[in-house]
Design a protein around this ligand. Structure first.
Ligand SMILES: [Zn+2]
Length: 391
């Protein structure tokens, strides 16, 4: 086997050589945004490139039509490293979370860079295409189906307004609240109506009162999805969707119970009936593997990047569930200035910008080098496992 630094120079060189292709993949996914579980075009595009790079590709893994499990054929005894790609977009905004860059960066790292040297390395290389991160929990379904069994390290990068690797995420639950009342003419016979919209409004008021009494960093936020049909009909059906988030899964569940009590109280006051249901599998909080993160940090720093530590925003991701199942990192790589929020119109622009693509290429290189570290360093593999087991 050639020296480690030589292998790393070759994987970064492979990313450089395929820069044009990776930019094209990112642009193609950006220009055809597909929402959760409908990423048909993106998954086909990635699967074709993975096949061309010699991977054994399965589309439709875990019963999800747009999930991908791709295995490099050069498997030898040693660790298994998985590089993950997301490719779903948001309603109305399109690629306001930069998943087009995630997909292209993961493809570049796994398929094009590490695959080019894989025959010289021990272990197994996987590319996992994970649909529906924006609600839907593709990774949760894939974990439950056993896709991560035997994986020693899982990694992905996410474009952001900052660069960080040991940054956590919030556990999240997504629920729908539904209220049923009685329709009646709102002017001629309002006394015969039971107003389901009142129950929704009182639920928001109850939750707004609750905010004074919740821990810092927890989040409860919702929208009204059904608020009645016409002003002259007392709304017989109204509904809202809420996300509840907290740093710890147990506290998230406690807050979910409080939200349910607010809604039940509101329904009781309005005389409406009430039900609550899950919209998506809940996501666990991210538990970044520090040993793996340190390797990624060294590799990104070797490309001249520095890291941010102050005032980093917290979101939620189904990579949290992966990190509770196997040693994992979810690295953030800066593609815009710190003032720009995820899921904003400005982040859409950043996701197709030159700076966005430079970030994607740097992330692909750092992930490829980190995959080489995992495959070739028994010390790193031991440190990751010891940390993961809490030793
Ligand atoms: Zn995202």
């Amino acid at each position: 086997m050639s020296g480690m630094s030589d292998v790393k120079a070759r994987v970064t060189g492979a990313v450089d050589a395929l820069e044009g292709r990776l930019r094209a993949v990112s642009r193609e996914i950006f220009e055809h945004p597909e929402e959760k579980f409908a990423e048909v075009r993106a998954s086909r595009l990635l699967a074709d490139d993975l096949r061309a790079a010699g991977f054994e590709v399965e589309v439709g893994t875990a019963g999800l039509p747009t999930a991908i499990q791709a295995v490099h054929p050069a498997a030898a005894p040693g660790p298994t490293v998985a590089i993950l790609g997301e490719y779903d977009a948001l309603p109305e905004l399109g690629h306001a979370c930069g998943h087009n860059l995630i997909a292209a960066g993961a493809l570049g790292a796994a398929a094009l860079a590490v695959a080019s040297v894989k025959r010289e390395l021990p272990g197994r290389l996987l590319f996992l295409g994970t649909p529906a991160e924006e609600g839907g929990g593709g990774k949760v379904v894939m974990i439950d189906a056993g896709v991560f069994r035997g994986v020693d390290a899982a990694m992905m990068f996410h474009p952001a307004s900052f660069t960080a690797v040991d940054h956590g995420s919030l556990a999240i639950s997504e629920v729908r609240l539904e209220f049923h009342g009685v329709a009646a003419h709102a002017s001629a016979s309002p006394d015969q109506g039971v107003n389901a919209l009142d129950a929704v409004i009182q639920t928001f008021n109850g939750i707004n009162a609750l905010r004074q009494h919740i821990r810092d960093g927890a989040r409860i936020h919702g929208i009204i999805t059904n608020g009645g049909a016409k002003p002259n009909i007392v709304p017989e059906y109204a509904a809202a969707e809420f996300y509840v988030r907290a740093a710890e899964t147990a506290y998230r569940d406690e807050l979910l119970g409080k939200l349910e009590r607010c809604a039940k109280g509101a329904a009781l006051a309005a005389g409406a009936s009430f039900s609550m249901s899950e919209i998506s599998p809940p996501y666990k909080a991210m538990r970044p593997n520090r040993a793996l993160g340190a390797a990624f940090t060294r590799n990104l720093e070797s490309l001249g990047w520095t890291f941010d530590t102050k005032d980093l925003p917290f979101g939620s991701t189904d990579m949290g569930d992966v990190s509770q199942a196997v040693p994992a990192i979810h690295a953030y790589v800066a593609i815009c200035n710190r003032a720009i929020a995820f899921h904003s119109r400005d982040f859409v622009e950043a996701s197709r910008s030159e700076r966005g693509h430079r970030g994607m290429l740097a992330a692909a290189k750092a992930m490829a080098m980190t995959a080489v570290d995992v495959l070739t360093s028994p010390d790193l593999a031991r440190a990751m496992q010891a940390e993961f087991r809490g030793e």
